[in-house]
Every structure is written in structure tokens, then in C-alpha cells.
Ligand binder design. Structure first.
Ligand code: NAD
Ligand code: ZN
Length: 253
């Protein structure tokens, strides 16, 4: 393990353009649930017998907002009661030492910004949980915590419409600006790409890793379990992000 960490650290030291891709596994060390893989809430199905992809879909929010919100609220409550961990903070420090280190996250918990990662190098590809807005009139409602303690789904104070968070639900389009930034940066190329705590279930998460590998760059994965990416990366560090990231930093100037 130590040898493998040193190999990744050396690749980072020699690189300028670096992309870190993070998923629910990074925030799992803060106590937040993941959906798949180690500690995955829904490796099977939800209480309703649905795959999580169906419960948290754009069409479910329209058809049965209370059911969709049941799962949004679960993640929302966990986010509000926890905080960024030493893994998030190690990434902030790495970005300070490496001014061309970008961060692509699927997490909607806002923990990268809360920990201090610079907004101009952060791509939140699945949006974020707050602030809620009304699907009918567009009014913005900043009271996420308050709504989560009341019957679901949360309703607009102005018109009674169903509120939703600015997240990308399953089946929904990715935010144009985020995807534009991601592909613009990908065209410039990255010397190192590291996938951290994600089951890599989406093509726009897998693609930066494969493209970088094909272009001769260095790729690594940090995940206690194997994923579809494990066989494709140069190094798979098979442990928790919280254990690896601070240790990795100790080997980087
Ligand atoms: P995922 O649940 O599909 O996969 C999580 C991965 O993290 C798994 O491969 C698991 O083995 C790994 N993992 C578990 N504990 C870990 C640890 N301590 N260190 C490193 N890795 C660990 O998550 P995903 O790939 O991010 O996709 C989930 C989707 O659900 C995303 O779209 C995301 O928006 C959403 N989601 C977000 C959060 C959050 O914001 N924190 C939490 C759950 C789900
Ligand atoms: Zn409204």
C-alpha cells in the first residue's frame, strides 16, 4: 500500500494539470450514505421495491413527489447533520499546492465548497441540495432544514407548488455550464486523473479517466471495493478516502 501511495504521490508531484473526481464514498467518511458499493443504502432496492434510480428520478418527482422527497430528505438530513472530513480538507490543501488541480464532484452535499475548495476549479456536475425552489412559480426558498422537519414534499410559501432542490435527478439533463466547463478542461488534457469514492456509474465520470489513460497520462482510483474502473487505472488504492488522502499529501511537497 505504502509503495502504491508513493507512486501516486510522485505522479501528482510531476504533474501540473490534475483532475480529482469525487463521489459519495468521500462523504461516506463524514457519515453520509452512499447508494452503491461499500455501505451502499440501495444495493438492493428501496422500501417500495424500486431501484434508487427510479425513486430519485425526474419523472418520480412529478408522479409521486412525496416518494421522491422521502429519499431526497434522507440525504438532506444526513448532509445537514454532518460536515466535511479530513479527506475534503486534504483535497483543499492539494489544490493550494497545485494551482491547476480541478475537482469534478457528483456529490450534492456542498462539502467541497464548505471545506474551502476554490469555486473556480470546482465542477458540481449533479448540482446541489440547496436552496430549494418552486417548480410552479420559481420562488427560491432558503429554509431547507425547516422543510425537512415538516411533512413532505415541501411546499412553496407563495403558491403552494412543490419545491425541489437544484440537483440533477436521474433521467434529467446535466447543468449546461458544468458540462461545458468539464469538456473544455478535458480538451486541454490532464496529466493525472484520480477517481475517489465513486462507483463510476456515469459515462462523463468514466470518460476523463479513459481519455487521460489513452493520452499517456497517469490514472488512479481510491475505493475500498473494485469498480468498473479498477482494471483500467494505473493504481487502485483499495482503502477509504479518509485514510488515503491525508497520507498521500504527506508524500507531496
Ligand atoms: P455510489 O453510491 O454509486 O458509490 C459510492 C462508492 O464509494 C462505492 O464504489 C463505494 O465502494 C465507495 N466507498 C464507500 N465508502 C468509501 C470510503 N470511505 N472511501 C472511498 N470510497 C468509498 O456513489 P456515486 O458514484 O457518487 O453516485 C451516487 C449518486 O448519488 C451521485 O449521482 C450523487 O449525486 C448522489 N449521492 C450523493 C451523495 C452526497 O452528496 N454525499 C451521497 C449519496 C448519493
Ligand atoms: Zn411557488
Amino acid at each position: 500500500m505504502e509503495q502504491a501511495i508513493i507512486r501516486v504521490a510522485q505522479a501528482i508531484e510531476q504533474a501540473e494539470r490534475i483532475l480529482l473526481i469525487t463521489g459519495a464514498g468521500l462523504s461516506a467518511d463524514s457519515g453520509l450514505p452512499t447508494y452503491r458499493g461499500l455501505g451502499g443504502l440501495y444495493n438492493g432496492h428501496t422500501d417500495e421495491g424500486l431501484p434508487i434510480e427510479a425513486a430519485l428520478s425526474g419523472s418520480m418527482l412529478q408522479r409521486d413527489p412525496a416518494l421522491c422527497w422521502k429519499y431526497l430528505a434522507e440525504l438532506g438530513k444526513a448532509c445537514l447533520s454532518a460536515q466535511p472530513n479530513a479527506g475534503h480538507r486534504a483535497i483543499v490543501e492539494l489544490q493550494r499546492r497545485k494551482p491547476e488541480c480541478w475537482l469534478l464532484t457528483q456529490n450534492i452535499d456542498g462539502y467541497h465548497r464548505a471545506a474551502g475548495s476554490p469555486a473556480e476549479r470546482l465542477i458540481e456536475i449533479h448540482g446541489e441540495l440547496a436552496p430549494l425552489y418552486c417548480q410552479s412559480c420559481g420562488a427560491v426558498d432558503p429554509q431547507l432544514a425547516e422543510h425537512l422537519s415538516r411533512p413532505l414534499p415541501p411546499k412553496c410559501r407563495q403558491c403552494g407548488g412543490v419545491l425541489r432542490p437544484p440537483v440533477v435527478l436521474f433521467e434529467e439533463m446535466l447543468p449546461e455550464r458544468a458540462i461545458g466547463t468539464l469538456y473544455a478542461e478535458l480538451r486541454k488534457g490532464f496529466a493525472v486523473v484520480i477517481s475517489i469514492g465513486t462507483s463510476a456509474s456515469f459515462p462523463y465520470i468514466v470518460e476523463p479517466v479513459l481519455r487521460t489513460r489513452q493520452a499517456g497520462g497517469f490514472t488512479a482510483e481510491i475505493n475500498p471495493t473494485r469498480t468498473d474502473l479498477s482494471a483500467a487505472v494505473d493504481v487502485h488504492l483499495q482503502s477509504r478516502a479518509l485514510d488515503v488522502l491525508p497520507e498521500l499529501l504527506r508524500h507531496i511537497q
